[in-house]
Structures are given as C-alpha cells and as structure tokens.
Design a protein around this ligand. Structure first.
Ligand code: ATP
Ligand code: ZN
Length: 286
C-alpha cells in the first residue's frame, strides 16, 4: 500500500468547521458525512481521522495519526511527544484566571492559598510555579465557571473569548495565563514519504494564509505620484504600471497587507490616487 498521511481533526466542536475549511481551501477534496470516523482525500495521499480534540495529542504521539489540528491550550496541557509545525490563525482564545466579582483583587499574590478549579491542571501548575505562588489546583472535567458559585473553589482557570460566560457567573478575569490558537502538530521524525506529503500541505496552507492576509489593489494615479505610491505599496516584487489613455495618468496594480490596509489607503489618497479597487486574493505564492 502506498504511503498515506493521516491527519486528525476534531470530530465536533469549535475547531471542526475551520479545520475542514482550511483543508478544503488548501485543495483537499473529500466528503465528510456525519458520524464518519475517517475520510479519504481523493486528490492527495491523505486520510482524515475525526477524533475528540483532547485525544488528538495522544493519537499523534502513538502514530495513529501523523499530524493533527488542536488548540494550543490542549497541545500544551497534554505534554505529549508532538511537534508544533504551524500556527493556524483560527480558534483564538485565552486561558485566564477568574475570581468572584465581589473579591478585591490585589495582584497575583491574591491566589496564594486559594483553590483553583480548572480542566488545565498542568498549565495552571506551571503558571503558579513561574509566579512563585502556592495554591491548590482542583481538576474538574467541565462547567468550570460554576465552581466558585457552588463553593468548590475560590478561583477558576478557563478559556475566555468574550467574557460573557464569566459575567453571567459573577466572575471577573484577573490574569491571562496563555494566548491560544489552533495549531498543526506532528509526530517528530516523520518518515520521508510522509514528510514530503506534509511539506506539500504546509506549502498550500501558507498560500491560503498569505492570501487571507493580503488584498489585490488597483488604482489610478498621476504619473508624478507613481514613485511615492510604489513606496507605500511595493507589492510582491514591484507593482504593475500601465498607462491610462488619459495623458499623464497610469493604472497601478499591487498587493497590500490586511493589517495596515486602512492606513495605506489614506496615504494613497493623499498622494492623488483615485478609483481605488480592492479585491480578495484566493491563493498567494511568493
Ligand atoms: P469537548 O472536548 O468536551 O467537546 P472542548 O472545550 O475541548 O470540549 P471545544 O469547545 O470545541 O472543545 O473547543 C475546542 C478548542 O477550541 C479549545 O481547546 C480552544 O483551543 C478553542 N476554543 C474554545 N473556546 C473558544 C472560543 N470561545 N473562541 C475561540 N476558540 C475557542
Ligand atoms: Zn475537547
């Protein structure tokens, strides 16, 4: 049988949809029915395994899967023999300590001698150690945010995205323990044939990520402004410049990064750019 790269992804939950989307945008063709445990990718030697996210680091360590997509929080908590190969820029959240809102938080020493409920005992233990705080850790498997209200703990450490769950449980966030996003993990020392498939996948993921972070931009400008505008939007190598039929004017095409997009548009306008069009890019290969 020829070599297959096995990729473990979450069966259901917050990571699933974006994981599938990333793989589809990377050109993998597969059908994933409900309750399916596996899916064969039709156009690449890849097999997808649908698993509980918490189990993925173990399966990757055991080489049941070669690579997996999990939250960084889970990857760090599990401490398995896995390598982080790529940050995936979705499922962004943070792991934070929260305490009852009525408490007066005086700083991290507040936690000394307290009992902290969490599903992330390893990460909390490391955090307390780094901060030289002695506190109890109460490991529970879910509904962490209700622990202080029922007298099970003095504080919690849990995932926060908006803070509304904390609010509705009468809690306030006091320390950020970890910033997390989805990551691609792999077994160390993959055999060369599998590594070659992974490299191909990584190349495609990179192209998808670059495309998301950039926009194609077209504008008209007076010829005198070309140099200044090129300084602001140099593009991948240099912009394309074409003369307009109107004398003294050109059309300039380039690429602009999402992060400083609005700032650059402002500058371009001040240099005399007109008719600015901004178009999404589907794939971008430098
Ligand atoms: P279970 O395993 O019981 O299904 P879980 O909490 O492990 O529950 P999800 O809620 O699907 O599973 O979360 C999976 C991952 O998604 C988390 O480990 C975290 O990395 C990320 N995540 C969780 N909550 C959020 C959120 N509110 N916003 C963004 N990412 C989140
Ligand atoms: Zn989980």
């Amino acid at each position: 049988m020829s070599t297959l790269l096995r990729i473990a992804i979450q069966k259901s939950g917050r990571l699933q949809e974006d994981s599938l989307k990333l793989l589809k945008e990377s050109g993998l063709q597969f059908s994933n029915g409900r309750d399916q445990l596996k899916a064969q990718v039709r156009n690449l030697p890849i097999e997808l395994l649908f698993l509980r996210d918490d189990d993925i680091p173990q399966y990757v360590e055991d080489r049941v899967a070669d690579v997996g997509i999990v939250g960084e929080n889970v990857w760090i908590e599990k401490q398995k023999n896995n390598e982080l190969v790529k940050r995936l820029d979705f499922a962004k959240c943070r792991l934070s300590i929260a305490i009852p809102r009525s408490e007066n938080y005086t700083g991290i020493s507040f936690l000394t001698g307290k009992n902290i409920a969490t599903t992330y005992p390893t990460i909390v233990r490391q955090f307390l150690k780094n901060n030289k705080i002695e506190a109890g850790i109460h490991e529970i498997s879910g509904s962490v945010e209700i622990a202080p209200g029922i007298g099970l703990a003095d504080a919690i450490c849990d995932i926060v995205s908006t803070g509304s769950t904390l609010l509705s449980n009468g809690l306030k966030e006091v320390e950020v323990v970890l910033q997390s996003e989805a990551v691609l993990i792999a077994t160390p020392a993959l055999e060369p044939a599998k590594k070659a498939i992974l490299d191909q996948l990584m190349f495609r993921i990179q192209a998808v990520q670059s495309a998301k972070n950039n926009k194609y931009i077209l504008l008209n400008c007076p010829n005198e402004a070309i140099e200044k505008i090129t300084g602001v939007i140099p593009g991948m190598k240099s912009p394309t410049i074409m003369p307009l039929s109107r004398p003294g004017w050109s059309s300039l095409h380039s690429v602009v990064n999402e992060n400083d997009f609005w700032e650059k548009i402002g500058q371009l306008k001040s240099f005399g750019a007109e008719g600015i069009l901004v178009i999404p890019i589907e794939k971008m290969i430098a």
